[in-house]
Design a protein around this ligand. Structure first.
Ligand code: GDP
Length: 608
């Protein structure tokens, strides 16, 4: 569903920085905090010594140094102790965005936006091709020559917009950025193959995104095709065909023979009719970047899906941390146009850099607003990357001390196209190794450059290139610094490497191995030595080299080493089960009959 709420810009949007303190007590002195503040600056702002602030933090359970960054909340807690009030001086994005509210009566019908997804080889590409070649407009334009990530077709006088994303990784990546571009997901399932892992993933993603789903049972021409079996399988995942009383439309198709394509388009229009997709075209344009790339002679080019309002040539736009005046607008057939309304995919030129897939693109009132927005966002990104895991909040500090140190693998990722970049980022986020994190310092489209290498060097990071290689200069610098540049053409190989890297980086996990235990049967006092435990080893063995602990009523009383281990008068290295022995616990004499002595060691194990 095109998210209606995102079209409305409310004054106090969720996610906008909160005012720091609701009760602005008049007598309190103030200190300004923009996002985060260092301990030093906070102290300076309150005219106290940094050591006083650090002391206060310690009393609150937080170890901090003078250069540590405190977030708004932490700063507030500390400031209160000094009778100061924290003022949130954070940049207010809303002040630079055009204020607008789309009322229901302003909404006009707009074409449905459709994404085709499914398991690999089930026929997504073939189906998109079949749909496109059935489309008159595309044929008239002499066919599609280059890869297009979004286009429109006409069916029975109605337009349908298709987003051609490289699989659902991009779909998830966009969603992760809060962008939802799709109204309807067409789930392609090969009728001869049935439900596969990625089929289930798509179902889950579509459900999570709350978008309508239509199932295309493809490859129906194949003799092995068994649509009924596939229907049964899909029902187990909650997709019940209409004929069985459910509400999911199933269409049988053969992409290669062009069968059922019309039925599929009809089904899409039917869903669109029911859902009544609407948008207000009479306001400033807003949309989502589907793909960004650098084109020779054109500069940064972005494929954008307009979702609200109308985007016009000459508009000043901001997309993520890029901005510019729209120099040229092109439709999906490569034709120059002057403006584009809701659900229209367009290519725009004029941005100062390549935006990311999933970036929100919005028209702003002036160059000045655009620059302020972009500068602030870039600054926030920079701070986030600088502060990184060192950023200290009271909450995460507690969590961190309880969890122990985490290990971070810093990565720089370069790829040939934005689509694969998003896919890789999405997949990397799925990697979970206990006690370790992947941190993407930077990612971008293009060759590995010298600046990537410098960044990797200063942050002890690794560079990964997908279908791109370092240029000569970058290679030399990398060699000089000893920075690792790895190049790949297959994503899963890279993911495997990352996983291995995480395990390798980790300090090995340790596990306790108990070697044996003994019962303390008698206590002897020996002058100058102390207490000697007369024991019977009842399990395993006990050796001088082991770590030892003393248990009383199942509780650990003491942990340490043996001072001596003897059988009769002789010092021995170890004593096995069934034998008596005398032990002295190094530096510990408070032993009692009935205590249990356990021998153990911590051993390193590979992480799973
Ligand atoms: P994708 O990975 O989902 O994009 O799948 P493709 O569109 O690349 O198709 C994978 C293979 O299945 C190709 O060899 C296609 O020619 C074939 N294929 C796709 N649709 C059909 C169909 O309806 N019938 C038959 N027989 N083969 C198909």
């Amino acid at each position: 569903m095109m998210d209606g709420a995102s079209g409305r810009r409310r004054r106090n949007k969720k996610g906008a920085p909160k005012k720091a303190s609701p009760k602005a007590a008049a007598h309190k002195r103030r200190v300004e905090v923009a996002g985060t503040i260092t301990v030093a600056n906070l102290a300076h702002g309150m005219s106290v010594k940094a050591s006083q602030v650090i002391k206060k933090l310690i009393s609150m359970g937080q170890l901090a140094t003078i250069n540590d960054e405190l977030d708004l909340e932490a700063a507030q807690l500390v400031a209160e102790e000094f009778d100061f009030e924290v003022i949130d001086a954070a940049f207010q994005e809303d002040e630079h965005l055009i204020d607008v509210e789309d009322n229901d009566e302003d909404l006009q019908p707009r074409p449905a936006v459709v994404t085709i997804m499914g398991h690999v080889d089930h026929g997504k590409t073939s189906l998109l091709d079949a749909i496109r070649s059935a489309n008159v407009a595309a044929r008239e334009a002499g066919g599609i020559t280059q890869h297009i990530s979004a286009y429109q077709i006409e069916n029975k006088g109605e337009l349908i917009t298709f987003i051609d994303t490289p699989g659902h990784a991009a779909f998830t990546a966009m969603r992760a950025r809060g962008a939802q571009v799709t109204d309807i997901v067409v789930l392609v399932v090969a009728a001869d193959d049935g439900v596969m892992p990625q089929t289930i993933e798509v179902i889950n993603h579509a459900k999570a995104a709350d978008v309508a789903m239509i199932v295309a049972l493809n490859k129906i021409d194949k003799p092995q095709a068994d649509p009924n079996r596939v229907k049964q399988q899909l029902m187990e995942h909650g997709l019940v065909p209409e004929e069985y009383g459910g509400d999911t439309m199933f269409v049988e198709t053969s992409a290669t023979q062009g069968l059922g394509v019309d039925d599929l388009l009809d089904a899409i229009l039917l869903v669109a009719e029911v859902e009544e997709y609407g948008a207000n075209p009479e306001r400033h344009g807003e949309g989502t970047v589907i793909e960004g790339r650098l084109e020779r002679g054109k500069g940064p080019v972005a494929t954008v899906l307009v979702q609200h309002g109308t985007l016009k040539r000459g508009d000043v736009v901001v997309a993520g941390t890029t901005w510019g005046r729209v120099r040229a607008l092109t439709d999906h057939l490569g034709k120059a146009i002057k403006e584009a309304g809701p659900s229209t995919p367009v290519e725009i030129m004029g941005l100062d850099a390549v935006p990311n897939a999933g970036d929100n693109l919005v028209v702003v009132a002036s160059d000045k607003d655009a620059k302020s927005l972009v500068e602030n966002r870039a600054e926030m990104e920079r701070q986030a990357s600088l502060v990184g895991p060192r950023s200290v909040t009271l909450e995460d500090l507690l969590a961190r001390t309880q969890e122990g140190e985490r290990v971070t693998l810093n990565l720089i990722i370069k790829a040939d196209v934005n689509g694969s970049l998003e896919a890789i980022r999405g997949a990397l986020e799925q990697i979970k190794v206990e006690g370790a994190d992947v941190r993407i310092l930077h990612s971008g489209v293009g060759a590995v450059t010298e600046s990537d290498v410098t960044l990797a060097h200063t942050n002890t990071g690794v560079i990964m290139g997908f279908n791109v290689r370092p240029d000569a200069k970058a290679r030399r610098t990398a060699d000089g610094y000893g920075v690792e540049v790895r190049t790949y053409s297959v994503i899963y190989e890279a993911l495997e490497d990352v996983e291995k890297g995480l395990r390798g980086l980790l300090a090995p996990e340790t596990k306790e191995v108990v070697h044996g235990s003994a019962e303390l049967r008698q206590v002897f006092q020996v002058p100058k030595v102390g207490s000697i435990a007369g024991c019977m080893v009842i399990d395993g063995k006990i050796a001088r080299s082991h770590e030892i602990r003393l248990l009383r009523d199942g509780k650990i009383i003491w942990t340490g080493r043996l001072g001596s281990l003897r059988r009769f008068k002789d010092d021995v290295r170890e004593v096995s089960s069934g034998y008596e022995c005398g032990m002295n616990l190094d530096g510990f004499n408070d032993i009692k009959t009935g205590d249990v002595i356990e021998a153990f060691n911590m051993v390193e194990v590979e992480r799973s």
